[in-house]
Unconditional design. Structure first.
Length: 324
């Protein structure tokens, strides 16, 4: 969640996020997805586990997915403790997409080793899985134990995120699910699993990055466009040195290019129904009602239309996420 100075105030955006979470919980959404960045000029949420705990207090059913949790930025034992507590207070609804991170400035800010982030992610996954058994184990030469244990057994759901062959192979090697932002990397994931004698892992169809439902899409796009441009421009700066697959995600930086592209979809209810049906059941549909610091009233209007006019036509809410 971004809170740029020229958009809605931070207090209003966070209050809206809590209310939207409660609405999503009541109306059959599958996930609340919370991301993190640090030291961002636009106030991007830096504390996803804290926000997830606030969501836990306002909800009773919906899954709480941290995506991505940049594990190399943290001491892995603290993450094990915090996720365990989140799982306990939420009644067993915590899960995390783990990432290696890509912004070197964040690592400098928090005193973490950017060059070692791959090794730290591998170590961190091993620590989490051992810690959540509740039994003592060896960590950097010390016998340690994490208590209390999470509710979910054998552990809260863990996935590996990233759009690179390295991330795909890591997910396969660790025996975890893979969540790329570019579905073409599923091939590398499945190939690595096969090479290790593992059965194929789950895949899903990726929907648009941003779906907004409106009775008058062009009218709403005029209000959304500055926020979409801010979101894309910021990611483009952060990914200036990224590999080609990430760069492609941020190509087309004019409002017209974004409107014509596939990442930002502003549709009437009937168009949203067609889009979701075309994606199929093995798909993830993501709403992003506060994207780029959008006015909460605009986000609410979209979510309420989606709830009242899209979901009833589908008869299901499978694979629907609300991202903050």
């Amino acid at each position: 969640m971004r809170v740029p100075e020229w958009a809605a105030p931070p207090q209003a955006l966070y209050a809206a996020a809590l209310d939207l979470a409660a609405h999503a919980d009541r109306h059959g959404f599958d996930f609340l997805m919370i991301s993190e960045h640090h030291g961002a000029e636009d106030g991007y949420c830096p504390s996803p586990l804290m926000l997830a705990s606030a969501f836990a207090a306002r909800t009773s059913r919906i899954r709480l997915r941290i995506a991505a949790l940049v594990l190399p930025l943290y001491h892995p034992l603290r993450v094990a403790e915090d996720v365990a507590v989140l799982d306990l207070v939420s009644g067993g609804r915590a899960e995390a997409v783990l990432g290696a991170g890509y912004r070197e400035a964040e690592f400098r800010m928090l005193g973490a080793d950017f060059a070692a982030r791959g090794r730290l992610l591998d170590e961190g996954v091993e620590v989490l899985l051992q810690a959540w058994t509740g039994e003592p184990f060896q960590f950097r030469g010390e016998t340690v134990r994490v208590t209390p244990s999470p509710i979910q057994r054998p552990h809260p759901r863990l996935l590996i995120g990233g759009s690179s062959r390295v991330a795909a192979r890591r997910a396969a090697r660790l025996g975890l699910e893979f969540v790329p932002t570019d579905a073409t990397f599923f091939a590398a994931y499945q190939a690595e699993r096969a090479a290790r004698g593992l059965p194929p892992g789950p895949e899903f169809q990726l929907g648009p990055y941003f779906l907004h439902v409106a009775e008058d899409p062009e009218r709403d796009w005029r209000r959304i466009a500055p926020h979409a441009l801010h979101d894309v421009d910021t990611y483009a700066r952060w990914n200036a040195d990224a590999h080609d697959s990430q760069k492609r995600m941020f190509e087309g930086t004019s409002a017209d290019d974004l409107r014509k592209g596939s990442r930002f979809k502003i549709l009437d209810p009937a168009g949203a129904v067609r889009l979701i049906r075309d994606l199929g059941e093995d798909s993830i549909v993501q709403l992003h009602p506060l994207m780029g610091g959008m006015d909460p009233d605009l986000g609410w209007a979209s979510v309420e239309l989606f709830t009242s006019k899209v979901l009833p036509e589908l008869g299901i809410a499978r694979g629907v996420e609300e991202t903050v």
